[in-house]
Design a protein around this ligand. Sequence first.
Ligand SMILES: NC(=O)c1ccc[n+]([C@@H]2O[C@H](COP(=O)([O-])OP(=O)(O)OC[C@H]3O[C@@H](n4cnc5c(N)ncnc54)[C@H](O)[C@@H]3O)[C@@H](O)[C@H]2O)c1
Length: 335
Amino acid sequence: MFSFIIDVKACADIVPENARKRDDQFGIPKACSVEELLADPEIEIVLNLTNPWAHYEVNMAALKAGKHVYVEKPLAMTRQEAKNMIDFAKSRGLLIGCAPDTFLGAGLQTCRKLIDDGWIGKPIAANAMIMMAVSSEIYHKAGVGGALFDMGPYFITALVSLLGPMRKVKGSAQMPFPEKTVYDVNHAEYGKKFKVEVATTVSGVLEFDGNVIANFTATCDGFRYWPRLEIMGTEGVLVANDPNMFSDPVYVQRRGGEMKEMPLINKYDKDSRGLGLVDMAYAILNNKRHRANEQLAYHVLDVLHGLCDSSRSERYYRVESDCVRPEPFVEGSPF
Ligand SMILES: NC(=O)c1ccc[n+]([C@@H]2O[C@H](COP(=O)([O-])OP(=O)(O)OC[C@H]3O[C@@H](n4cnc5c(N)ncnc54)[C@H](O)[C@@H]3O)[C@@H](O)[C@H]2O)c1
């Protein structure tokens, strides 16, 4: 599907063996070092799939080599790093795109159309939660940032796509278990005790334009995977799919009616990771704005940090960043 606009030319990894494995797995023309990849004049976009703590370094190296960048979430670990990257890219006329792109999938685009077409009336409130059971040590390190920075981007991005940017947030960040044990029997470090470095359960109130409010919880202290996204409006309620996925059924219940499963609006209902990158490639070729863009990703990062800042200060955080609600992505889009 994506080969019309993207040719995968090479893959690289700081661990050469990892690059060779992916090269074999996907039949990529060349596995090489990061330096070789960046020196290759044929490569126009670097898709950065490194760990969150390496995003900034790898993004900056790619931008300095004159490449556009599409990076996994989060955009960077700090606001300052993200700002540096965005300013640098702008000064060189390069684009930055950032995951997640699940908001372009069939489920969340159906939700977007249902809201835009007035099926639930005027949105009033939303309920968003991601509960997870995670016991690996790395997930609890500052370099990943717990459930908030790993899973938060899916939910906050979905909320921006559906309801617009946020203006104020109030958060409470907790660490219910300062020490944890790797309890997964299949994990190589099963039974190991480790110190938790980040808030692992974060809840907040998010305020949008037009007095729309949402509550959001991200936790990796739970006992199962349990994603929720529901939006209540003046005329009905919308039950969205898991924002971490491209689709699950989407339901609407209108005032006086029954809960109904709604038909999906675009065909990207399977694992369509890559849509955001393809959209960015299309934008480069056609001089358009890509949807999973740096402004959206920065706003999401700002909101995530804002929840933690607000927890520390015990005050609302007035979100200093802004973004434009990305254009809908419907069947019949050019690519
Ligand atoms: N694992 C998932 O299910 C999943 C899903 C969606 C998004 N993501 C995102 O994808 C990214 C990677 O996660 P993952 O689970 O695939 O991690 P991973 O550890 O399996 O893979 C990351 C790779 O990046 C390489 N790497 C690290 N630093 C590097 C550097 N400076 N230069 C070159 N290579 C470097 C590592 O050697 C490793 O091979 C993260 O941003 C994560 O948030 C992961």
